[in-house]
Structure formats: structure tokens, C-alpha cells
Ligand binder design. Structure first.
Ligand SMILES: Cc1ncc(COP(=O)(O)O)c(C=O)c1O
Length: 414
């Protein structure tokens, strides 16, 4: 496809996506969700301690992710906290996390009094770099949390090798990777525990919600207890054997999630087809770098479509490009994360814990994270539910903006 020389919409040109119907919105509720919600309403069993809707969903999700157990929890953030506690991670321990991820991945260790140790990413994939993980391991390291960012999958073989060598458990933060497959099998229970989020933007959504998966019976019992006020499966209501929270989902959320899960495979097919279309339309575009295709990722989670714009990033024009894409009519455009190893709230909490325990805050150098934080742009997953014409319009808009460095520079200087 030739580069477009048309004027940017942000500078008064015609938008690349004019005359097209609006993109599908997200989250989507259908008559299936409605029927499920009404059935719960009328049953009088609104809590998962009374009804069986969340329990059914847990069984269905475990099957979907190929794990022996699944325990639903209030959200993906507390799912990570529960995973750490179930593995016995606590005061003064170190947990290795990537610096390029959502805040919760790094906050979770702090919630249990442990210190996040930030490692860098591979700038081509935005995924945790296993070489950096190896050099961050100390005798205080008690867990590693790879994040399957965007629905792409961390290098699990290399991380499992580290687990075997050092005996450090792995929690897969699969918040963005429902339905993703690594070497032919689903993510989540490749490591010791996997966590997922069902927050509104996720590909399976119930407004808020989360779940933990594991193949380990003892870990599953510990997780159940942590989510259910320290109770044991089959035990008494006032039989609190551990320090647990109440993190149960309601049956209303369970009803929505069962319907969402049923539609997920079909929606993923559409997302995958549109991601391939976008890829084909952008692969030769000067100014845009796409993550390389990885044969080990046998199904991508397609939560975000990630791109890097190195030239725009170097010129400090990434945010101007985001505004330009929005003006072209592209929905769901985000500049992406900020580097967490520089986040003041996380650093202050780390320092506060470290001082009280007479420890020092682990040093973090993550130059690749800083690089991609300046030049990355994502498209949200609902864009991948668009029509062929809409996706073609997005390609046109992206090519137009990627090729307009000088125009963007002039606009930014105004
Ligand atoms: C990578 C990652 N980890 C953790 C979370 C936390 O999930 P939640 O928002 O459900 O607490 C999210 C999503 O929001 C996420 O994207």
C-alpha cells in the first residue's frame, strides 16, 4: 500500500474513517446475559455461597483454560494478592515483575509486605526478558510474575527453566490473555498459579471480576480459603482456619461471565482475523514496528493490538500521534503504560517496607521499558471486532499518521 500524502484530520484534512458506521462498543451484553441475570434475580440466591452459578462458571473456565481448578475472586488485582499469599510470599520477600505492565502486577507484592523487583522487557514484544529475570534472582526471591501482555505470551520455557533451577514459583498474570495458547496448550496453569481479570475492558467482562487457576490441589484449597474468609471446602460457615478475605463474586457476575465465556471463542476468531488483516496492512509501513510472530504462541489472546512508532517516539511525538489517530476517527487508541520502576507510589511503598525491615529497595534499570513507553500505541480489543471496511480504514489512518512526522512536528510546535 503506498504511503498516504493526504493532510492529517487533526490539521483540517478529511478523516481516514469518515462515512463508516460506529465500531462495536465494549462490553457487549446480549439476551443471554439478560436471561442469566433475570434467572439469578428470581432465584433469590444472589450470593455464590447460596447459588451454583459462579461454581458452574469456575468449572467451565477451568475447562477452557485446561486447569484442574479455578476459583473466582473479586478482581484481577486481588487475585494476584491471593496467589502470592497462597504461595506463602510475605514480609521482606522479593517478587520479580516486569516494569511494563498494569500497576496491579507490581502493587500486589507490596500488599503482602514483599518488594517488587522490576526487570526489563524485550522491546520487540513488550514481554518480560527472562535474561533480566535470571540476573535479578537473589536468595530473597520468592515468586516471579510474568505478564502475558496484550494477549501475547511470555517466554514460559525460559521461565520454567528458572523455576526448575532455583525452585521459585511462577504466577502467570494472564489478565489480558484469556483463551491464549502456548505451544498448543492454554496459559494460566503453565506456572504454579494463573490469574485473570474480568474488568470491563477485558475480552471476557463482568464489569469487575477475576479468577485464579492452578493444577495444584493444595494451592487450590489455599486459594479457596483466602477468597472465602478462611473457610475450608465442605467445612462449617464459622470454621475459619486461615486468615482469609471475602472476595467472592456475586451470582449476577457469574451469570454474565457464563454468557461471555460461551461467546468468547467466536469473538476471538474475529479478533484474530482482523489482527492478521491489520498486520498484513502495516507490515511494510515505514515508521511502524509490530511484534514478531512467535510460533510458540499458538493462539494469541488479542486483548490489545500493540505497535511501536520509533521515529515518532524519538521525536517526542507519540502523544501527538495518538491525538492525530483519534482525529482520523480511529477508536480505542491508547498511548499505553508508564514505566512502573519509576512510579512514585510504588517506590514510596517499597521504601517504607524496606526501611521497617532494615532492607534496601532493589535497584531497577529498565531502559527498554522507558524506550517503549515513549513510542508505543495500542488499539483496544473491541477495534478488532470491526468490519473489513473499518479495519481497512484503521490501516489507512495508521499509515497516514506514521508517515506524517514533519506535519506532526509542526502541529506540536504550534
Ligand atoms: C496485566 C494486568 N494485571 C492485572 C490487572 C488487574 O485486574 P483488575 O482490574 O481486574 O483488578 C489488569 C487489568 O486491569 C491487567 O491488565
Amino acid at each position: 500500500m503506498p504511503e498516504s500524502t493526504a493532510a492529517l484530520a487533526v490539521a483540517g484534512g478529511a478523516p481516514a474513517l469518515s462515512d463508516l458506521p460506529p465500531f462495536p462498543s465494549w462490553p457487549q451484553g446480549t439476551v443471554e446475559e439478560e436471561n442469566g441475570l433475570l434467572a439469578v434475580l428470581r432465584s433469590g440466591k444472589w450470593g455464590s455461597a447460596q447459588g451454583d452459578v459462579v461454581a458452574s462458571f469456575e468449572g467451565e473456565f477451568a475447562e477452557y483454560q485446561g486447569s484442574r481448578h479455578a476459583v473466582a475472586a473479586a478482581n484481577g488485582t486481588v487475585a494476584l494478592v491471593v496467589a502470592l499469599r497462597a504461595l506463602g510470599v510475605g514480609l521482606g520477600d522479593e517478587v520479580i515483575v516486569p516494569s511494563y505492565t498494569f500497576f496491579a502486577t507490581a502493587a500486589a507484592p507490596l500488599f503482602v509486605g514483599a518488594l517488587p523487583v522490576f526487570v526489563d522487557i524485550d522491546p520487540r514484544t513488550h514481554l518480560m526478558d527472562p535474561v533480566a529475570v535470571r540476573s535479578a534472582i537473589t536468595d530473597r526471591t520468592k515468586a516471579i510474575i510474568p505478564v502475558h501482555i496484550a494477549g501475547n505470551i511470555a517466554d514460559m520455557d525460559a521461565l520454567l527453566q528458572l523455576k526448575q533451577e532455583f525452585g521459585i514459583p511462577i504466577i502467570e498474570d494472564a489478565a489480558q490473555a484469556a483463551g491464549a495458547y502456548y505451544k498448543g496448550g492454554p496459559v494460566g496453569a503453565i506456572g504454579d498459579i494463573g490469574t485473570f481479570s474480568f474488568q470491563s475492558s477485558k475480552n471476557i467482562a463482568s464489569g469487575e471480576g477475576g479468577i485464579l487457576v492452578t493444577n495444584d490441589d493444595a494451592l487450590s484449597d489455599a486459594i479457596y480459603s483466602m477468597v472465602n474468609v478462611g473457610r475450608v471446602r465442605g467445612g462449617g460457615w464459622y470454621e475459619h482456619r486461615a486468615l482469609g478475605y471475602n472476595l467472592r463474586l456475586s451470582e449476577f457476575q457469574g451469570a454474565v461471565l457464563r454468557a461471555q465465556l460461551r461467546r468468547h471463542p467466536e469473538q476471538q476468531e474475529l479478533r484474530a482475523a482482523n489482527a492478521a488483516r491489520l498486520r498484513a496492512g502495516l507490515i511494510d509501513c515505514a515508521g511502524i514496528e509490530l511484534p514478531p510472530e512467535n510460533p510458540d504462541v499458538t493462539a494469541h489472546g488479542h486483548h490489545l493490538f500493540m505497535m511501536r512508532f520509533p521515529e515518532l517516539g524519538r521525536a517526542g511525538l507519540r502523544d501527538a500521534a495518538v491525538r492525530a489517530l483519534q482525529a482520523e476517527g480511529v477508536p480505542g487508541v491508547f498511548p499505553g503504560y508508564v514505566a512502573l520502576h519509576q512510579n512514585e507510589a510504588l517506590l514510596a511503598e517499597s521504601a517504607s517496607i524496606a526501611v521497617r525491615l532494615g532492607l534496601s529497595v532493589p535497584e531497577a534499570a529498565c531502559p527498554m521499558t522507558e524506550l517503549v513507553c515513549a513510542d508505543t500505541i495500542w488499539l483496544g480489543q473491541h477495534v478488532l471486532l470491526g468490519t473489513e471496511n473499518q479495519i481497512n480504514g484503521v490501516i489507512q489512518a495508521l499509515r497516514k499518521v506514521a508517515g506524517a512526522v514533519e506535519e506532526l512536528r509542526a502541529i506540536a510546535a504550534e
